[in-house]
Design a protein around this ligand. Structure first.
Ligand code: NAG
Ligand code: NAG
Ligand code: NAG
Ligand code: NAG
Ligand code: NAG
Ligand code: NAG
Length: 414
């Protein structure tokens, strides 16, 4: 086993590392620009700063259908007949929110339950996402549960995928009278490192699962005769070996991005491999695109898109501030401006790769909607108040809106 796998099982925290600032050249040509030697000389590039950077405070570090000719779908009706782009809109204050109480939901992890962890202001829970040209269907638990009867929903990705998984279960549990009919059927206690966890809604024969695969591709061993600095690798041309478990699903939702930062990869001394060969100078941007292309081929070859609806959620903005992007100041209200955060190179890559696919995959472009929500992060109201967190979201909160859009979309398709 590679060292990466070892280190991935260690605890980690989400916090930007002090020195390494992920920077990009011309944002538009991000994909093609050589960001050569990016892993090594990363700290010297300062053009475009991605607010999300992970660091580590613990010992050993580390830590998203429609049959149509046109397969690219942004949920704005290009292929689905819906005349709406769900992701272009604004947040409106709505007293009827939130949709659940995290303290009554056994599957909301403590780390995301901001109220339980001492947050006093509550307005952050009361924002409803309103698409500009249409409405999201009002969330009706029974309607959604009936739609999902007999189905298997699978989330794959990082901890932000886990948050959406938790949010979905909490949303669906609100109207389940016998809470004991909702039980964990796969995995242990929810932890930051859990690889696979699944919850079943017995009365509906519905399972909602999460697979932790932060890079989507397979960690690899260090090839013989590699330079000493190489401590772990990622096989960009091989999908994560647990991917076989993702195949027989009805709804498959991917995300990946927050781990693809030079800072994080540098801390893991992680380099890339293609066809068994080390690619020492490869930029993270180019590696990310290669990994997504591997993912795209996998979907095209392995997934029966007549059965499985595939989604990919784009990058979720974080709100670190200050000179080194180390400061986490959670605001009481959403920002009136997005400071450019409505755009993100990871999201652009996802959209470009999906556009090229020959099977239907739906992009959930959540980047713009998260851009103003500096009020909705965990901050110091997590399970570890010493480590501020401007990356993850409080539950209830922003991830609920992602699920509301997903449900609304699925219902409009049926
Ligand atoms: C849907 O969104 C895509 C990508 O933003 C855009 O190219 C397309 O023109 C949009 N279609 C409609 C009908 O708005
Ligand atoms: C959520 O539920 C907990 C425990 O049932 C209760 O103490 C708390 O007051 C509730 N919070 C809200 C905002 O209703
Ligand atoms: C439950 O759903 C699965 C598909 O997810 C199906 O194979 C199975 O027959 C269903 N079981 C019942 C009791 O309806
Ligand atoms: C999916 O459905 C279409 C139309 O019904 C059919 O032509 C195609 O062969 C099916 N694909 C698979 C993989 O079953
Ligand atoms: C945003 O604008 C509204 C109305 O213009 C104002 O009431 C609110 O305080 C502003 N929010 C922030 C965070 O500045
Ligand atoms: C999309 O496909 C074209 C032609 O095969 C290729 O040149 C281009 O690089 C692909 N784009 C992405 C983002 O994969």
């Amino acid at each position: 086993m590679g060292k990466l796998q070892l280190s991935l099982s260690e605890s980690f925290s989400f916090r930007p590392s002090p020195v390494r600032i992920f920077s990009l050249g011309n944002y538009k040509s991000w994909v093609s620009q050589a960001f050569s030697g990016g892993l090594i000389v990363v700290a010297t590039f300062v053009f475009f700063v991605i607010a999300m950077n992970f660091g580590y405070s613990y010992v050993v570090v580390d830590d998203d259908f429609q049959p149509a000719v046109q397969t690219y779908d942004m949920l704005n009706g290009t292929a689905s007949g819906e005349e709406c782009n769900y992701f272009q809109g604004s947040w409106v204050f709505d007293e009827s929110y939130p949709l659940y109480n995290a303290s009554d939901c056994p599957f909301a992890e403590r780390g995301f339950n901001c109220l339980a962890n001492g947050r006093k202001d509550k307005d952050y829970q009361k924002w409803r996402w309103k698409p500009e040209n249409c409405d999201i269907r009002k969330f009706d638990v029974h309607e959604v549960l009936e739609m999902l009867r007999g189905k298997r929903v699978v989330f794959v990705g990082d901890s932000l995928g886990r948050t959406q998984w938790e949010s979905m279960i909490c949303l669906l549990m609100t109207e389940v009278e016998d809470k004991t009919s909702v039980s964990q059927v796969i995995g242990n206690r929810i932890t930051k490192q859990i690889r696979h966890i699944g919850v079943q809604f017995k009365s509906f024969n519905l399972t909602v699962e999460f697979y932790r695969s932060v890079f989507l591709v397979q960690p690899g061993a260090v090839p013989k005769r590699s330079p000493k600095r190489v401590k772990s690798t990622l096989k960009l041309d091989v999908l994560d070996d647990i991917s076989k478990k993702w195949i027989q699903s009805d709804i498959l939702i991917f995300n990946s991005g927050h781990w693809w930062t030079p800072g994080k990869l540098f801390d893991m001394r992680c380099y890339f491999q293609i066809a068994g060969k080390l690619k020492l100078g490869m930029s993270t941007a180019s590696a990310y695109r290669t990994a997504l292309t591997t993912w795209a081929s996998w979907v095209q070859n392995m997934i029966d898109t007549n059965k499985t609806r595939v989604f990919f959620r784009t990058f979720e903005p974080s709100h670190w501030s200050g000179r080194n992007h180390l400061t986490c100041k959670v605001t009481r209200l959403p920002l009136n401006k997005t400071n450019g955060k409505e755009q993100n190179p990871f999201s652009d890559t996802i959209i470009n790769v999906v556009k090229n696919m020959t099977v239907p995959v739906t992009v959930m472009h959540v980047t713009p909607m998260g851009a103003s929500r500096s009020d909705a992060h965990v901050g110091t109201w997590s399970d570890n108040p010493l480590v501020p967190d401007c990356s993850h979201w409080c539950l209830p909160g922003v991830p609920d809106a992602w699920n509301e859009i997903l449900f609304s979309h699925l219902l409009s398709q049926d």
